[in-house]
Design a protein around this ligand. Structure first.
Ligand SMILES: Cc1cc2nc3c(=O)[nH]c(=O)nc-3n(C[C@H](O)[C@H](O)[C@H](O)COP(=O)(O)O)c2cc1C
Length: 169
């Protein structure tokens, strides 16, 4: 079993822009009996309400949203380049149709609180939801925003406290 070391937000050396937009991440939520994971590349980390937080944006048609809505916790996992194919699959197939664990060969693991993540990750953010809100057309201030929503499928924004950061040893 892979060893992870818990680090503080200040010990995180990885560039968060690269983590999301180049490496891509997997947002995973659920429990041992039932969970789902999907690829994300829009998101970020920062400070809000005096807490380290992660921002994720999930469209309403994603199967994963059923799990992020139902659970207080979720994880965001980042991987080495070898896992690109797995991330492509998790970002193009829905958990409604395929068993992503079976298809990718990724190994689920669970924190003491039962939050699912993957053993192969190089970095894991364990996140606790603090705030969720759906984007909407009225709040969009630029066509750059609107043109992303031709299907009227405005993202749901989650702001989550990062309660733990695990880095592969
Ligand atoms: C590189 C990449 C990044 C993505 N980022 C997001 C994202 O930030 N938010 C989102 O809602 N969907 C994003 N997607 C799309 C979902 O990962 C994709 O629709 C996935 O199949 C949903 O799976 P699910 O239905 O099992 O939840 C991304 C896909 C890829 C390939």
């Amino acid at each position: 079993m892979k060893q992870f070391k818990e680090i503080t937000p200040y010990q995180l050396e990885a560039n968060p822009f690269a983590l999301f937009n180049k490496d891509w991440g997997l947002v995973t939520a659920g429990d041992k009996e039932s969970f789902n994971t999907m690829t994300v590349s829009w998101g970020g980390v920062g400070i809000l309400w005096n807490k380290p937080v992660a921002f994720t944006f999930i469209r309403p048609q994603r199967y994963t949203i059923k799990f992020t809505e139902a659970r207080e916790y979720s994880s965001i996992c980042f991987f080495e380049e070898d896992f690109r194919a797995a991330l492509r699959l998790c970002g193009s197939k829905s958990g409604r149709e395929v068993d992503k664990v079976k298809e990718t060969g990724l190994t689920p693991a669970f924190t003491d609180e039962g939050v699912p993540y993957f053993e192969e990750a190089k970095l894991v953010l364990i996140c606790k939801k603090l705030y969720a809100q759906d984007f909407n057309e009225q709040s969009a201030l630029d066509d750059l925003v609107r043109k992303n929503y031709s299907g009227d499928d405005y993202h749901r924004m989650y702001i989550s406290e990062i309660v733990r950061i695990l880095r592969a040893e």
